[in-house]
Write a protein that binds this ligand. Structure first.
Ligand SMILES: [Cu+2]
Length: 865
C-alpha cells in the first residue's frame, strides 16, 4: 500500500505563518494510508491571512521559496518523494533530474518528483501563485527505509519583483542561453546564424556610444591583431585585457538591446571564446535592459575551467558512445597531502563561481568614465577576500589543520599544487611543486613587488597616501576603500605608478612561477583566472598576506567608543539557534556532504542534435537549515539592524582564542533590519498593509531563517534547466518569474556554515543590534526600473512610493541578495557601517565592547558524514 506523510503544517489553524518551521519526522507518519496522488487527503492548505504575534510577513512581490530537506547521511536508492501543488510549483533551484511543472498554472495535480537520493539536498521551489497553495507530499516505500529519514520543509520569502515576462523577454533569455552554448564552437542555431550573417556593426555606428571602439575592434580583427581563438585568454595580460575592454565597450555602449545582442552575435565567432564570454557577461550584468536575464552557471559554460581532466575524458567517451553518464568527480591531490582535507572548500564549484562573479561585478579595469560608479569597491575587495580567508581558516581548524600562513615574497611557497586540469585547447594547467621561490617575470621583478609593498606599508603606518602633488589621509572611514583600490589595484587607484598593482601582479607571479622567464611557453596557472584561483591553497596564502596589510591599517584606527557601540535602550536578552530537524538540539547545528550535479553538455563538442545527458557528480558541503530566535528588550519603539557573526572558539592548539584576536576571524552570517510588520489579508490580491514599528517597547522576539542570509545565493539553475524553463514559458506551459535583483555573485547557500566536526566544533555566535537610523544611507539612486513600472507591473503601493521617493527604507537591505560580500550593482550600499563592523577595529577594553545590544553565545557545529 502506498503510504504517505501527512504534513499537518497548518494544523487546524488556517494561518500560514511563513518562515515558520514545520519539521516532520516522516517515519512517524508512515502508517497513514495515502490516497492516490492528487487527492486532498494528505495535504496542507495554506492561505496567508492576517498574522499576529509573529514578526514575519510576506509581500505581494515576494515569492515563496519552499525548501525540502532531509537529514540523510546515506540515502537508499529508488525512493521518491512527490510534491503536488494546487498552484504551479516551479522548481527554481533544483538539480536537473527533477521533473518540471508541466501543466497550466493553478490547476491541480502538477507535480515535482524527485528521487529521494537527491531530495536530501536542500531543495528550493518557488510558487508562482502563493495566494493559496495546497501541497501534497507522498513517499511510497519510505516505510521500508532503514535509515532514519527526517524530512521537513521550511518556507521563506525572498523579494522577487514578480513579473510575468512578455514573449520578448523570454526570447532574449533564450537567445542568451543559445549564444553561450558550446562557446568554443561556431554558432549552430539557425536564428543566431541569420543574425551573424546579416548584421554588420560598421553599418550601424550611430547605434553605439563609442563608434570608435566598434570601428577599431572590427579593424583589428580584420587585420588579425586579436587574440587567436585557440589561445588562452588571461585578464591579467595587458593586451588581452585591452582587446576585451574594447569589445566590452562596444557591447556596453550599444544604445539598444537589439544592437547589443546583434553585436555580441557578430563577435562571438570572431574573437577568443573566453575573451568574448568575459566581455559579454560583464556587459550583460551591467546593462539596464538586461536586468533579470540570467547567465547559466559559470561551471557549465566553460566546464574545462572547473573540472579535472579525467572527468572531461570520460565525458568525451560518453558522448562518443552516446551513453548518458554521471561521472563522479574527486578533489585533486591525495590523502598524503593534508591540504586535500580542505579541497572541498577551495575547489567547490560555487566558491569558484562566486569569486569569478565578484570580479565581474567589480572589475579592476572598470573605468571612472563609465556611467556607473561602483560604491565602496575597494572596501568590498578587502571585505570579500577577508571573509574568504576567515572562512578558509575555519574550515582548516575543523579539519585539524593550523590556520593558513601568509605568503612572503622572500620565502618559499611551501605548498605546491597539481590542478589536474586542462584548458579547452588541450594545454595542461601547470603543476607547482612544493617549496618554490618567487622568480622575476620579464616585466615585473620580485624586488619591485617588495618595493611597492614597502610603500604601501609606509603609507599605512604614516596614515596617508602620496598622490601626485599632495596626500590623501587614510585613517578615516574612507581609508579602507582607498587602500583596497591601491592594493588590488583598480582603475581608481590613486597613484599606481608609485604603489603598483600588488594583488594583481602577485596573482601573475604565482601563476607563472614554474616558468617565470616564459622559456617553455607554459600556459598560465590557476592563479591567473578568477574562476580557478581559489582551488590553489596559495590563493588563500596570498590573500592572508594581503589581508594582513588591511589589518595593519584597521589596527591603527581608534577603537569604537562605548557611545558608538551602544544602542541606548535596546538590550539583547537571549539568543537561540534552532535547527529545522525535529531531532535538533538548540544551539547545535549540523553540516553534511551531499551530491551536486554539474551538466557537462558544454564540455564536449558536437551539435545539440545528438543530445546525450552527461553530468558530473561532486560531493559538496551543506547544512541543516536553521533559524535564529533573538529576544530583544527595548524601552521605546525603534528600528534596528541585526548583525550576526560566527567565530571559532579554539585555535589549532586547543586554546581558547582571546576575543581581541577572534575579532579578525569572524565570519559574517547575516545582516538584516528588524523590520516592519506588514499585516495584510489576501485572497488573490493585496487588500492593504499596515506599517508597525519594528521594535516595540518591551520584549520583542525576532526570528530569522538561515536561508534569508544576505551573504549567500541559492543554488543556481543548471543550463538545461534554464533552457527548458524558458522554452516551456514560451510555449505558455509554465510561468517564468523574473527577479530583477538576481545576483550571480554570492557564497553558495549550502556553504553558509563551515564544516563541523563529528564530535562537534565549538563556535561563538556574536550578535549585535545597531541603530538603523544611524546606519541607513539616506540617499539611493533612483531605481532604474521606474519607467518599466509605468508599463503596468504590479507593485504594492509602498514600493511605488519608494520608487518615487528613493529614500532608503529598512527592508532595502534585503532587496539586494548577497549584499554582504557583493555590495550593489549600482547606487549606494544601504548600510553605512564599515564592512565587518564592529569587529573591524581593535578592541581595547572588553567592558566598553560588551554593551547591552551585543550578545555572544556558544554554538556547536557537528558534521554527520
Ligand atoms: Cu579575488
Amino acid at each position: 500500500m502506498e503510504t504517505c506523510a501527512k504534513f499537518w503544517m497548518c494544523h487546524e489553524n488556517p494561518h500560514w505563518s511563513v518562515r515558520k518551521v514545520y519539521p516532520y519526522v516522516l517515519k512517524k507518519a508512515l502508517s497513514v494510508p495515502c490516497a492516490p496522488l492528487g487527492r486532498a487527503q494528505s495535504y496542507i492548505r495554506c492561505t496567508p491571512v492576517q498574522q499576529d504575534g509573529d514578526s514575519q510577513f510576506i509581500l505581494s512581490d515576494h515569492a515563496i521559496i519552499i525548501s525540502l530537506y532531509s537529514m540523510v547521511s546515506e540515502p537508499a536508492s529508488g525512493q521518491r518523494l512527490r510534491v503536488t501543488s494546487s498552484s504551479c510549483l516551479r522548481p527554481v533551484y533544483l538539480p536537473v533530474d527533477i521533473g518540471h511543472c508541466a501543466g497550466v498554472k493553478s490547476t491541480s495535480n502538477q507535480w515535482l518528483e524527485g528521487d529521494l537520493k537527491t531530495v536530501y539536498i536542500t531543495r528550493q521551489v518557488l510558487t508562482a501563485d502563493y495566494s493559496e497553495a495546497i501541497l501534497t507530499f507522498s513517499g511510497p516505500d519510505i516505510v521500508a527505509n532503514r535509515y532514519n529519514h527526517e524530512i521537513g520543509w521550511t518556507v521563506a520569502t525572498r523579494t522577487v519583483l514578480r513579473r510575468r515576462p512578455d514573449e520578448k523577454f523570454l526570447k532574449k533569455q533564450l537567445l542568451v542561453l543559445k549564444l553561450l552554448r558550446h562557446i568554443s564552437e561556431p554558432i549552430q542555431d539557425a536564428e543566431l546564424h541569420s543574425i551573424k550573417s546579416s548584421y554588420d556593426p560598421i553599418s550601424y555606428l550611430a547605434n553605439y556610444d563609442c563608434p570608435d571602439c566598434v570601428r577599431s575592434l572590427v579593424r583589428d580583427l580584420d587585420n588579425g591583431m586579436f587574440l587567436n581563438r585557440e589561445e588562452i585568454f588571461s585578464l591579467f595580460h595587458p593586451e588581452h585585457r585591452r582587446q576585451m575592454v574594447t569589445l566590452f565597450e562596444a557591447l556596453y555602449g550599444a544604445k539598444d538591446y537589439d544592437t547589443f545582442f546583434s553585436t555580441a552575435v557578430y563577435f562571438r565567432d570572431r574573437v577568443n571564446p573566453r575573451q568574448f564570454l568575459y566581455a559579454f557577461s560583464v556587459a550583460l550584468l551591467h546593462r539596464k535592459d538586461c536586468r533579470g536575464l540570467v547567465l547559466p552557471p559559470a561551471y557549465e559554460i566553460t566546464p574545462h575551467m572547473f573540472l579535472t581532466t579525467d572527468v572531461v575524458r570520460r565525458a568525451y567517451q560518453a558522448k562518443m558512445t552516446r551513453s548518458p553518464t554521471v561521472i563522479p568527480m574527486k578533489f585533486t591531490g591525495s590523502v598524503n597531502n593534508p591540504e586535500q582535507r580542505v579541497a572541498y572548500f577551495g575547489e567547490d564549484i560555487g566558491i569558484n563561481s562566486h569569486h569569478s562573479h565578484w570580479h565581474m561585478d567589480f572589475p579592476f579595469w572598470w573605468k571612472k568614465s563609465y556611467p556607473v560608479d561602483k560604491d565602496r569597491k575597494g572596501e568590498l575587495f578587502f571585505y570579500m577576500h577577508h571573509q574568504m580567508v576567515a572562512r578558509f581558516d575555519a574550515e582548516r581548524l575543523s579539519n585539524n589543520l593550523p590556520m593558513v600562513e601568509p605568503l612572503d615574497f622572500n620565502q618559499k611557497i611551501v605548498e605546491g599544487f597539481a590542478p589536474g586540469a586542462m584548458y579547452h585547447n588541450g594545454q595542461e594547467f601547470p603543476v607547482r611543486p612544493d617549496n618554490m621561490m618567487f622568480g622575476d617575470l620579464p616585466w615585473r621583478s620580485v624586488h619591485e613587488m617588495k618595493l611597492f609593498e614597502g610603500r604601501i606599508r609606509d603609507a599605512i603606518t604614516s596614515g596617508f597616501i602620496k598622490t601626485v602633488g599632495g596626500v590623501t589621509y587614510l585613517n578615516n572611514s574612507g581609508g579602507i576603500n582607498t587602500l583596497g583600490e591601491i592594493i588590488e589595484s583598480s582603475e581608481n587607484s590613486i597613484n599606481r605608478a608609485y604603489y603598483g598593482q600588488l594583488h594583481n601582479d602577485a596573482h601573475v607571479l604565482l601563476s607563472k612561477v614554474t616558468d617565470n622567464q616564459q622559456k617553455y611557453g607554459v600556459p598560465p596557472g590557476v592563479m591567473e583566472h578568477f574562476e580557478t584561483a581559489t582551488r590553489d591553497p596559495a590563493f588563500f596564502r596570498l590573500h592572508k598576506h594581503i589581508d594582513n596589510l588591511f589589518k595593519l591599517h584597521k589596527d591603527l584606527l581608534p577603537p569604537y567608543s562605548k557611545d558608538e557601540l551602544d544602542f541606548p535602550g535596546v538590550k539583547i536578552e537571549a539568543v537561540k539557534v534552532v535547527g529545522m530537524s525535529k531531532a535538533s538540539t538548540p544551539n547545535t547545528l549540523v553540516t553534511y556532504f551531499d551530491e551536486s550535479h554539474i551538466d557537462l553538455g558544454n564540455c564536449v563538442e558536437g551539435t545539440d542534435k545528438v543530445d546525450v545527458d552527461i553530468k558530473a557528480v561532486v560531493s559538496r558541503l551543506n547544512h541543516e537549515p536553521f533559524k535564529y530566535v533573538i529576544t530583544v528588550h527595548s524601552n521605546k519603539k525603534v528600528t534596528g539592524v541585526v548583525r550576526m557573526f560566527l567565530a571559532p572558539k579554539y585555535d589549532w592548539f586547543g586554546q581558547e582564542i582571546p576575543f581581541r584576536d577572534a575579532r579578525w576571524s569572524v565570519i559574517e552570517l547575516d545582516r538584516f533590519p528588524v523590520k516592519r510588520k506588514i499585516v495584510f489579508k489576501i485572497s488573490t490580491h493585496l487588500k492593504g498593509n499596515i506599517l508597525t514599528p519594528p521594535l516595540n517597547a518591551g520584549d520583542n522576539v525576532i526570528t530569522r531563517n538561515s536561508e534569508d542570509s544576505i551573504v549567500t545565493i541559492p543554488e543556481p539553475r543548471s543550463f538545461p534547466e534554464l533552457l527548458h524553463e524558458v522554452q516551456q514559458a514560451l510555449k505558455g506551459d509554465e510561468e517564468y518569474i523574473v527577479d530583477k535583483h538576481y545576483r550571480h555573485c554570492g557564497i553558495p547557500h549550502r556553504l553558509l556554515l563551515p564544516k563541523g566536526k563529528t564530535e562537534g566544533m565549538a563556535y561563538k555566535l556574536l550578535i549585535v543590534i545597531t541603530d538603523y537610523s544611524k546606519d541607513a544611507v539616506s540617499e539611493v539612486t533612483k531605481p532604474t526600473w521606474l519607467p518599466e513600472m509605468a508599463r503596468g507591473w504590479f507593485l504594492p503601493k509602498d514600493r511605488l512610493d519608494r520608487a518615487i521617493h528613493p529614500k532608503i527604507q529598512p527592508e532595502d537591505v534585503e532587496d539586494y541578495s548577497s549584499l554582504g560580500y557583493c555590495g550593489v550593482m549600482e547606487g549606494k550600499i544601504p548600510d553605512s557601517k564599515p564592512m565587518g563592523y564592529p569587529f573591524d577595529r581593535p578592541i581595547q577594553s572588553m567592558d566598553n565592547f560588551f554593551t547591552p545590544n551585543f550578545k555572544v553565545i556558544d554554538l556547536t557545529i557537528k558534521n554527520v558524514n
